[in-house]
Structure formats: C-alpha cells, structure tokens
Design a protein around this ligand. Sequence first.
Ligand SMILES: [Zn+2]
Length: 411
Amino acid sequence: MNETESILAPSTGTEDLVESAWLHSCPSCGSRDLELFYEVRGIPANSCLLFDDRQQAIDCPKSNIGLTYCRDCDFVFNAEFDARQMEYSGRYEETQGFSQTFSRFHRQLAAEMIERHDLHEREVMEVGCGKGEFLVLLSQMGENRGVGVDPSAIPERLEGIDGAERVTLIPEYFLPEHCRTEPDFLCCKMTLEHISDTAQFISTIRKGLTAAKGTVVFFQVPEAHRILSECAFEDIYHEHCSYFTGYSLGRLFQSCGFRVTRTAQEYDDQYLTIEAVADDSAQSVSELPDRGDMAALVSSFPERLAEKRDYWRTMIRQAKEQGQRVVLWGSGSKAVSLLTTMGVSELVDCVTDINPNRQGYFMPGTGHEIVPPSALAEIKPDLVIAMNRIYRDEIQAELDGLGITCRLECL
Ligand SMILES: [Zn+2]
C-alpha cells in the first residue's frame, strides 16, 4: 500500500462501507496523488428529496462524505460518494424558479447565451434540464427548438406554457444517441457536480458531438475555490460529489477532446461557467485559468471550518437560551447540510421555503417541517437564517410584507 492509499483507507468501524466504492484515483485525471481533508458520516444521501412523512424523512438513506483533493489537477471530490443511493426521479424537487433573484439571473443567462452564440431558431439541448425552465426561456426569447434530457424531467408540467411547444423533455439519463440531431448549443447547468465519474461523463457528451458541427458546449457548476476559501460547509453535501475550479474544469474538458473558449465566475462568484467546442486535434491547447492557492486552502480548511461552525453554533445556541424562535429560510440542500452537520438541529424550530412544491413536506435527516413563509406570521421567529446571502433583500422584503420584525442572518 502506498502513502496515498493509507491516507484514504477508512478508519475502523466502517467495514460495511469499505465495499462501497472508495475512490483511490482522481475521476477527472486519474492521478493517485490525493489528499483526504474533510469527512462527515451518516448524512442524508439525497438532500433534495421530499418526504410527506416525518419519520420517513428522519429514516432516509444515509451516506458519507470523504472530501478529497487531487494534487495533480485541483479537482475536489467525495471519495465515499455512493451513487447507488442517488435518486433523480420526479420526486426530486430542485427548482429555484420561485425566487425572483434566481429567475432574473436565469433570464439574463438565457439572453447572454442567445446574444453571444446567435441562438435564433436553432437546435438547443440541455443535459440535466430539471423541469425545463431554461429551455423554455431559450425558446421564448430566441424561438429556439429545445431538447431536454433529465431523469427528473416532468414533461406534463410544461403544458400550456408559452414557448414550451418547441421544447421536448426526455426523462432519461444522457446518451450520445440523444444528439442524433446534433444541437447548435448544448448546455448543462448545475449537473456535473452530481456526477462522480466526471471524465466518463464529459467523454459521453463529446461522443454525441462532431468537431465539424462546432456545437457550443456550456457548463455551469458551483465554484469550488469560493467554497473552500469561505468554508461554505452548506455547499458541501452528498449529492454534490464533484467540486471544480476554473483550472480543474478546463483541464477536464481539454482532456476529453474539447477546446475551452471561455471560463467565468457568475452569480456573486458562486457559479463557475465554461464554454468549449469539440476539437479533434491532439495538439489543441486551451488557455486555462491560473491554479491559484487551492493546495493551501485545502490544508487550512479543517481549522477554518471549525471556527466558522463555532460562530453559527454559538449564535443559534444563544438565541435559544434567550427563548427565541429560530427559523431557516430555504429548505434545499444547504439547509439539510446545516441541520445535519452543525449539531444544532434540535434548536431550529422550523424551515420555510417560498417554493410551494416543497411546503408541507419534511426535511431529510432531521424531519423539520417545511412551512410557507405566510406561516411565519404565527410562528413569530426572532432569528431567521437565510441559506444564501444573495437572497437577503428578497427575504427581507417578504418578512416586511408579513409584518415580521426579526433578526435576519445569512450564511
Ligand atoms: Zn485529478
């Protein structure tokens, strides 16, 4: 056993987990020069699944995080990710479309893509299209014809929506055959971070495309340098097994037969985007972003994370000691991560969410009920913790509208 393997060998008491695929090489570049730097055990495997029964929510399937850094390509991944536990069916409720801030961002992104790539009456494809909102925007704003591939797609939800008549949703996992009509534009937003075999996935996309067609490929993922530098623990959860920087993402695309044409950070630097085109030439060299200080961020991560956890724990504990009511705003994966990794779940009274499709359900792992914001008028929270500071103004306006005076803190 070499040094890397001994670092990655799980500690005692996890024999049943050893047989679950503990990755010993980087799924993006194949290197074995790896460093395990953050572990969490027994957290919900699926943080976006909705449960209509509190006990079922508490008893949901659990898994582990073993966050691992590749010293060769800067890719960060969960070496303990258990793909067998994942479920991306219609029960998976990921849409952020009920937030005005997010909808505005989505519209801007569609407008930007249409303009930069001249997408008018063209064939567009989205891999991991969710419920198809972005394809509908590309159809509405550029009269494009869209094909969306996603096992959690629900085609019926698009019925009657203006522009949706040009959009076809295929509730399946992506295969190169889906590109039989080769698209002019292929996008994949907030999906690659859910995929553990990253090189295989990008190669599969590449197989559906030809260099001659010149399809523009656009990917968007959470940006990992920010997650590590801010110790954004709420952005680390089992569903997200793959974490990219501009460098590691660019390198992956290049190694899978793409030429990278653009990388950028958006949405308050939370998202990383990349644009690339299929390229057959072996000599093709993309200009990749600088590697930055990832290695240093990885080694200081545990200590900085402990400090940040203490800060939030103390705040929530002090509020409860004063008899205050504590509510989380946002019931998605960030809230699941906070509730299940901070040791404060019993101190949080409830969780609210503006997405009506989530209200009335229970949080995986802890069983907190998800209530509509209107219910807060009766709950009268003293401390509201928002899961994303980008929504601060929107949430404050909602609270004001409900006549609630309380302290609003944002992760
Ligand atoms: Zn690597």
